[in-house]
Design a protein around this ligand. Sequence first.
Ligand code: HMG
Ligand code: MG
Length: 298
Amino acid sequence: KWPANITIKEVGPRDGLQNEKVFISTEDKIAWINQLSSSGLNHIEITSFVNPKWIPALSDAVAVSTGITRQPGVTYTALVPNERGLARAFEANIDEAAVFMSASETHNLKNINKSIRDTFPVLSDLVQKTLAAGKSSRGYVSTVFGCPYEGNVDIDAVIRVSETLFEMGIGELSLGDTIGVATPKQVQEVLQVLLKRFPAEKLAMHFHDTRGTALANILASLEMGITTFDSSVGGLGGCPYAPGAAGNVATDDLLYMVHGMGIHTGVDQEKILAASRYIQGKIGKALPSKSFQAASSQ
Ligand code: HMG
Ligand code: MG
């Protein structure tokens, strides 16, 4: 009942670093991303071209993107919120632009300073220009399973945002549990509804592990036919505009679980552990990933 292969989309260099107080130098980011590039991952979100005043940790987005060694077969993606961001992303020759918004009005406003309604035309224009430039476009919908400001999020709001993003032309939609509140039952219920409208191949799950349910939620998603998961080296991550948001599910833990189940990822677990060790040394505090901690204590 489980798929034979899944795709892991590494978001550590973006989601993982955006909330960190320590500024990781451009040189260290580049060395880290180069390590990840040789781990067998074929999709890495390396930075974000947002307003650097909002996310100072990633203000060196162009320098990072142009400084890394591009590995053939790896898609290098980044968040793009607006026209200015897209210009910087093109300057940095990014392979894919990821547009993002929330299913809940208040989080959308706090995170990107616009109403949901005003966000649609901006993102539509970005997706159009990205595709016209021969690049791919990914979409994110945040607060799918709950909002830090509004609490419960109506599934109809999730459907509306998802449909609109697909109509714009995005190739894949990542469903975000921004503050890590989902449980497997809720994942099942939400996916039952969404899979009636969108094919499983076009959906990815993006779980934060704030309350320790991320791996359980991934298992529930696997059982519903989802085969693409976002995760972050060492379990780094969190949205600074979502109070209480903690790290993404750790790539290390996800690999440990799925490899143990006989599911293939093409990713070298040892190389991911080495990348966790590297970034832990730079950040200077213990990373949350349990399998990384276990491997480190042996
Ligand atoms: P704003 O301040 O409303 O933008 O920000 P503005 O258009 O009014 O511009 C203000 C100034 O910023 C201008 O400069 C712009 O040029 C500059 P001035 O004229 O005053 O000198 N500016 C920029 N500079 C460089 N690059 C840019 C850019 N944009 C404006 N792209 C904006 C609006 C959307 C840009 C802002 O709100 C923003 O950057 N938000 C991003 C916040 C963010 O990155 N949040 C975390 C990522 S989302 C997430 O983590 C969730 C996810 O992981 C999924 C999940 O977990 O659910 C994806
Ligand atoms: Mg996230």
